[in-house]
Design a protein around this ligand. Sequence first.
Ligand code: ASP
Ligand code: MG
Length: 460
Amino acid sequence: MTDVLKFGGTSVGTAERIQDVARLVGTRGGDPCLVVVSAMGGVTDLLEALKSSSKVKDRAAAEAALEVLAARHRAALEALALPAAESRACAAALDEELRRARELSLGISLLEEISPRTSDALLAIGELISSRLVAAALRARGTDTVWIDPREILATDPTHGAAQPDEKEAARRVSARVVPELEAGRTVVTGGFVGAAPDGSTTTLGRGGSDYSAALFGAALYDAGRAVDRIEIWTDVDGILTADPRVVPAARLVPEVSAAEAAELAFFGAKVLHPATIRPAVARGIPVAVRNTFRPEGAGTVVRRDAAGTGVRAIAMRTGVTALFVGNPRMLLAYGYAARVFSVFERHRVSVDVIATSEVSISITVDERAPLEGVVRDLAEFAEVSLLPHLAVVSVVGKGLRSTAGIAVRVFGALGDVNVVLISQGASDTNVTFVVDADDAPKALRRLHREFFESEGHGR
Ligand code: ASP
Ligand code: MG
């Protein structure tokens, strides 16, 4: 049984945090794990800044960024107080990565241009360093550990900056490179976010890609015939909560959600986990747990392909939403009208979320930052368009909600005098979604939470 443990940037942000991670992994017991590590918190942003200043030939700023990069990691390495040989090896690897960062920066300045390929080579450095530090810290506390360069195992296509994994090839490499280490009883540490194209060049999966790496490695182990018990995403929150605790102080942890519910929650504003990133794991039936490195005693939230239970699981809200009312009394029921309306959104690459129709108009909500001028101009050629800004989408999420008798009555009953602007006609059975004025949203959320989670026998 192998577990895959992923530690995010804040979980490895300082030497102290790295020691905590090493302790957490080292005292776990059971079979050795595959550990996937993000860059130290803020380092990828720093590398982005280094890219920008290098490109505009602001050498002073670039050198300053390089200095911060070096100081940050050297301080961490020193504070880890590793045994001499380990420390020397780590320092040499660190110097090599720092030298590479500087060369890339100078190259970018020279060309005043940065290709996606060069960008990836630079951005990968954060994970290549942090994962080595974590491996060294584990070894220093007596855990038999091997570091593996993620470029040796995460095969991707050559789309630098947003590489797509080659899952078959990754499984082959994980089978050849990682499985024997695990079988020999060794813990394996690698970097998230980073992979390699067929030509061997460094790729990245896109910002925030380390969760995706963890899921891909879990999937690759599974495909290589290893039993994967679970993937744990160690972060700085307790897990998925019943509502945003800043809005609903009584919010509490959700112990288990289905993948579909997690997807709805992420879409409607709960930022804990991006469902697309864990798809490779969920598709293979591997549970993904979200856990808090600052409170390791907590059980976190487990995302399963099929989670037990039905009923309301959580309530999410997304603000910053504008509604468009698109009407044309003569055409509304005509063939092709809706298609024509939606083709405008498609043309302008504006994604729509809540859709509702009435006798006289189609109502569509979009992110208020979407480029709406063009959309409105094109729609106005064949329809009357009006905008209603400053809205929020509220979504009550849970399995089988639409088919559960009485849920809608409870939802809209609990809202009381909160004015509902739109009710979603989304096709999913996993949510009841509606739109309110942004100022009413917190009140709506609190009332719903009271109804479904704070009242006697709230029916889970
Ligand atoms: N370090 C990368 C980023 O900050 C990847 C990750 O942390 O998931 O985007
Ligand atoms: Mg991160």
